[in-house]
Design a protein around this ligand. Structure first.
Ligand code: ZN
Ligand code: FE
Ligand code: FE
Ligand code: ZN
Length: 278
């Protein structure tokens, strides 16, 4: 099995050295892991209220540290990824910046709506005052823009707007989910089943079952990540996650090398990389 969403202490809100995450992965019997730490917002000229990414100066260190870890490891494949914030208006700059890094994959995530870091517990109270329908509309509009930007290989925690348990009724949410699945398909994108949502107030994977079903029906590829911010979170809830993926109809997981996608079977096998079907 794989875990494609691991952080490092460079982002200032994760614990444990990359080697500790690797050992945790070994303990869980994983065959492949990928680090996807928070790409420096400073490179885009953005300084959020809370420091949540590595600094521009730390990016070369991150790249060389993960590359060295990968080179020294014989059993588990170690991939170099990044979790990159989608910021409207910064697309050209970001495309140029990402092209110069040797990433295996880039996860595009939305953590900011304008200046609101809405996934940060410190700023969650703002949901109380907000017009939830408007917040969801804004979130999904940003998400669809991110999909269409062509910047990303994987869309991260795709319905993270539910993180703190503020939800639209299912009927109101449905059109957003349907459109999201369609846009992922049109854009040829992959998304992740991110198991961290299970431990958040939302108490559900990102995305929930309904969006997984819609994406599977559209033939949108999925990958798997724990969003671990500590070594003991590596592979968290993966038995449950795999069961859910099977139930909705998935049979394979996407993996990436040098930003090229291929697939491994969801069940069994040594997780050997198979040639891409698409
Ligand atoms: Zn984080
Ligand atoms: Fe994130
Ligand atoms: Fe993350
Ligand atoms: Zn994340």
């Amino acid at each position: 099995m794989i875990d494609y969403h691991l952080h490092t202490p460079l982002c200032r809100h994760a614990l444990g050295a990359p080697a500790d995450y690797l050992e945790a992965a070994r303990g869980k019997g994983l065959r492949e892991i990928g680090f996807a730490d928070h790409y420096p917002l400073g490179l885009l000229g953005v300084k959020p209220h809370a420091e949540v990414t590595m600094s521009p100066e730390e990016l070369p260190q991150y790249v060389s540290e993960i590359k060295a870890l990968a080179a020294g490891e014989k059993e588990i494949r170690v991939k170099l990824g990044a979790e990159v914030d989608y910021l409207p208006g910064k697309e050209k700059e970001l495309a140029r910046l990402l092209a110069r890094e040797p990433f295996d994959y880039v996860i595009g995530s939305i953590h900011f709506m304008d200046d609101w870091d809405f996934t940060h517990p410190y700023f969650a109270a703002r949901f109380e005052e907000a017009d939830l329908e408007a917040v969801y509309r804004r979130y999904f509009e940003l998400l669809w823009q991110a999909c269409r930007s062509g910047l990303f290989d994987i869309i991260g925690h795709i319905d993270v707007i539910k993180k703190f348990g503020y939800r639209l009724p299912p009927a109101a949410l449905e059109p957003y989910l349907q459109r999201t699945a369609r846009i992922l398909k049109e854009c040829g994108l992959c998304y992740e089943l991110n198991s961290a949502g299970r431990a958040a107030p939302a108490a559900e994977f990102y995305p929930g079952r309904r969006l997984l079903e819609l994406c599977c029906r559209e033939g949108v590829p999925v990958t798997l990540g724990s969003d671990a911010h500590a070594p003991d979170q590596v592979g968290r809830y993966f038995d449950e996650a795999l069961q859910l993926l099977r139930e909705v109809g998935y049979r394979e997981l996407a993996v990436f090398t040098a930003r090229q996608r291929s697939f491994i079977p969801l069940d069994g096998g040594a997780g050997k990389e198979a040639p891409s079907a698409s």
